[in-house]
Write a protein that binds this ligand. Structure first.
Ligand code: PMP
Length: 394
């Protein structure tokens, strides 16, 4: 009989030559337990998803209760589904006034796709702008915006009329014009290894979009829901996006994303043509119930109260093999001097019971994004284990 590992390798389409292939039986809080009973500290949260840890009882309860009422009913937007309405109401209460209407999607990429269409539809323009090293999803539209030629080149032709500018470069903002429908930006670029936008630059970008009638789309799919120390990273920047992209931690562990904008913009999806964006499962009521529970837990438990102290623990991590540690909240990058060691250190840390990860566009760096519920002692232990793993590899 074939093992689960063999079946996984044979029947699950693989996207890398050497998948981690951890065989996880259970997730609870910050811990994952494999089929041999080995426990790992999860310092990566399924890539910034499990902000409340795994198997949160309130989320399980919300999912169970909603399943007993109903799961899928109808293609997005036709029926009034209470979990969607309650979730939208709650989310909007936490956002600036102009971000008052939600289009739910299943994934971040699907939200990016919807926004590209919305931007073209509402401005009558075709040009889209994004930045070098940005990541907005892997579907062909979202991929067209991606700031890495390596990941795009073999899938061309992609969307025409996409302009890629340098992140944090003020001079290049002059390329944005009254031909530009929308600019997509991450407030803190994740995949190049936690690179924050400069405050002044992001404000200049906001101003340029205002001057040219261009929509500013802020992608908080990875940074949202407390990851960087505030509910959304843009709160630190004195800007308000025209459209906000959210996903990952939003669903409390279930697949859910969204784009949020003003009622005036969103109504454009309902005519010329009608059904301007269609998705069968988007805003699935069970996912929305989980997301609502997650937001409630987020608020009730004051999850961000101790985040600065935890951020400092990460920031103060020192080892001679590191060039730099970059952190905002619990969104962190350990940048190693020798790029060739990173993968080995990550593998050694896993052996040592700590899960971290790498970045798509920065091969020399280690990604750390623990569940926000992690305690200081747990984080210290995780960091000790990383230190031991580095020592073992170098
Ligand atoms: N934008 C950002 C900033 C992301 O980090 C991601 C996912 N890594 C996406 C968009 C795409 O989200 P999804 O994988 O859910 O399609």
């Amino acid at each position: 009989m074939l093992s689960q590992r063999q079946l996984f390798l044979q029947h699950i389409a693989q996207t890398s030559p050497e998948p981690l292939a951890l065989q996880i039986e259970k997730g609870e809080g910050i811990y994952l337990t494999d089929h041999d009973g080995k426990k790992y500290i999860d310092l990566i949260s399924g890539i910034a998803v499990s902000n409340l840890g795994h198997s949160h009882p309130k989320i399980i309860q919300a999912v169970n209760q909603q399943m007993q009422k109903h799961s899928h009913l109808m293609v997005y937007g036709e029926y009034i589904q209470y979990p969607q309405v309650k979730l939208a109401e709650k989310l909007i209460s936490l956002l600036p006034q102009t971000l008052n209407t939600v289009y739910f999607t299943n994934s971040g990429a699907e939200a990016t796709e919807g926004v590209m269409k919305l931007a073209k539809r509402t401005t009558g323009r075709t040009q889209l702008v994004s930045f070098k090293n940005s990541y907005h999803g892997s579907t062909q539209g979202a991929l067209s915006l991606m700031g890495s030629e390596e990941f795009k080149t073999n899938f061309r032709p992609l969307l025409p009329d996409v302009l890629l500018l340098e992140f944090n470069n003020s001079e290049q903002l002059k390329e944005i014009s009254n031909k530009t429908a929308a600019v997509f930006v991450e407030v803190i670029q994740a995949e190049s290894g936690i690179i924050p936008a400069k405050k002044e630059w992001l404000n200049e970008l906001r101003k340029k979009c205002n001057e040219t009638g261009t929509l500013l789309v802020v992608d908080e799919i990875q940074t949202g829901f407390g990851r960087t120390g505030t509910l959304f990273a843009f709160e630190d920047y004195d800007i308000i996006p025209d459209i906000l992209l959210i996903g990952k931690a939003f669903g409390g562990g279930l697949p859910l994303a969204a784009f949020v904008s003003s009622r005036e913009l969103m109504k454009e999806l309902s005519h010329h043509p009608v059904l301007g964006h269609i998705s069968t499962f988007a805003g699935n009521p069970v996912c929305c119930a989980a997301a609502l529970a997650a937001l409630e837990v987020f608020q009730e438990t004051h999850l961000l109260d101790k985040i600065n102290e935890k951020e400092n623990l990460l920031k103060n991590f020192k080892h001679s093999s590191l060039v730099e540690v970059r952190c905002k909240g619990l969104f962190c990058c350990f940048d190693f001097k020798d790029n060739n060691l990173t993968m080995r250190i990550i593998a050694e840390a896993i052996k040592n019971g700590v899960i971290t990860d790498w970045f798509l566009f920065n091969a020399g760096a280690m990604r750390i994004a623990p569940p926000l519920i992690i305690t200081k002692d747990e984080l210290k232990l995780g960091l000790e284990k990383i230190y031991e793993s580095i020592e073992k590899v170098i």
